[in-house]
Design a protein around this ligand. Structure first.
Ligand code: IPM
Ligand code: MG
Length: 367
């Protein structure tokens, strides 16, 4: 049997720093009977600097072949002035689109040790464990027509929200399947009160539920009310399914409930490949954080937990994923904090590398 393959795309800003810590974890598993065939390449601004494009065709081809892609972050102020078509974010969007990664899983889990750190009251967030399933390959991010045109004597910016029934159907199924493995509750969010695409979304999700998931408790909410409910009493939710743009917003909101964006992983999954594994890309929810890049301040946990999701969803290694998540919990319980996890008058933070090392030492000696 050949080792499973992993393509690492550290990207920009803090991406390379946090990925270096994930490499330590990968190496740890590698010497304990779970070796990966790891290759590394460029994405985002780093790829633009080298090739004049945020994603080289060769990198795209590699991403299509591997068992899983692990991405750091893309973007930065150096690239703000670039033409839209070559901005770092286009590299990430191309990966999502061409790999057809339609289901983006964004868990928001509040670690006990960090419950005090949330901007919300402790009782509102402690024990929180919700999963947002964001549609990732369609909607207003990709809909046509789009662009900036001149009409008469002024410019008009245009984007199109567009969803087909099959696009809604497949992401709904992914969310129902997850709900079934969790608490059995799914809340679908759209704006059916103002958008036709929202009306269709609601109808299709309801039809999928009625037909194939009668055991899952389905509810619907307008996305604005959903945002309010997420801050009011987030524990009312188990799994949330929503479109690409609402999912982008709601997942940042949900992430912050847990204390820091530096904690939140994500998995973007597509259809199964020939070997039965889903096409998959794993990345932290946080961005490239250019303001702290290169200073050893970044929190590597989101990226490390993204690798844990890869173990779980791509490699069927749930036990190893549990171990890694437990190691993260343990270092937090010990009081280790990167700068993002400290309040104003907090103690001295540990560096990115110190956090990575501490997590490795918490891994049990036998895998
Ligand atoms: C995210 C990010 C991306 C998005 C950007 C970087 C293109 O905000 O993954 O949530 O908008 O999808
Ligand atoms: Mg976002």
């Amino acid at each position: 049997m050949t080792n499973p393959s992993l393509l690492i795309l550290p990207g920009d800003g803090i991406g390379p720093e946090v990925m270096a810590e994930v490499r330590k974890i990968i190496d740890w598993f590698g010497t304990r009977g779970l070796a990966f065939n790891v290759s590394e390449d460029l994405v985002g601004g780093a790829a633009y600097d080298a090739h004049g494009t945020p994603l080289h065709d060769d990198t795209m081809a590699k991403a299509q072949e591997v068992d899983a892609v692990l991405l750091g972050a893309v973007g930065g102020p150096n690239y703000d002035a670039l033409d839209f078509s070559v901005k770092p974010e286009r590299g990430l969007l191309r990966l999502r689109k061409e790999m057809d990664l339609f289901a983006n899983l964004r868990p928001a889990q509040c670690f006990d040790a960090l419950a005090d750190f949330s901007s919300l009251k402790k009782e509102v967030v402690s024990g929180l464990d919700i999963m947002i399933v964001r549609e990732l390959t369609s909607g207003v991010y990709f809909g046509e027509p789009r662009g900036i045109h001149v009409e008469g004597n002024e410019r008009v910016g245009i984007n199109t929200q567009r969803y087909t029934e099959s696009e809604i159907d497949r992401v709904a199924r992914a969310a129902f399947d997850l709900a079934r493995k969790r608490d059995g509750r799914l809340c679908s969010m759209e704006k059916a009160n103002v958008m036709e695409s929202g009306i269709l979304w609601r109808e299709v999700v309801q039809a999928v539920g009625d037909k194939d998931y009668p055991d899952v408790e389905l509810s619907h909410m307008y996305a604005d009310a959903g945002a309010m409910q997420l801050t009011r009493w987030p524990k009312q939710f188990d799994v949330i399914v929503t479109d690409n743009l609402f999912g982008d917003l709601l997942s940042d909101l949900a992430a912050m409930l847990t204390g820091s964006l530096g904690m939140l992983p994500s998995a973007s999954l597509g259809a199964p490949m020939e070997n039965g594994r889903p096409k998959a890309l794993y990345e932290p929810v946080h961005g490239s954080a250019p303001d702290i890049a290169g200073q050893g301040k970044a929190n590597p946990i989101a990226c490390i937990l993204s690798f844990a999701m890869a173990l779980r969803y791509s490699f069927d290694r749930g036990a190893e994923a549990d171990r890694l998540e437990k190691a993260v919990e343990d270092v937090l319980a010990d009081g280790l904090r990167t700068a993002d996890l400290l309040g104003e008058e907090g103690a001295t933070p540990v560096s990115t590398a110190e956090m990575g090392d501490a997590i490795v030492t918490k891994l049990p000696t036998s895998a």
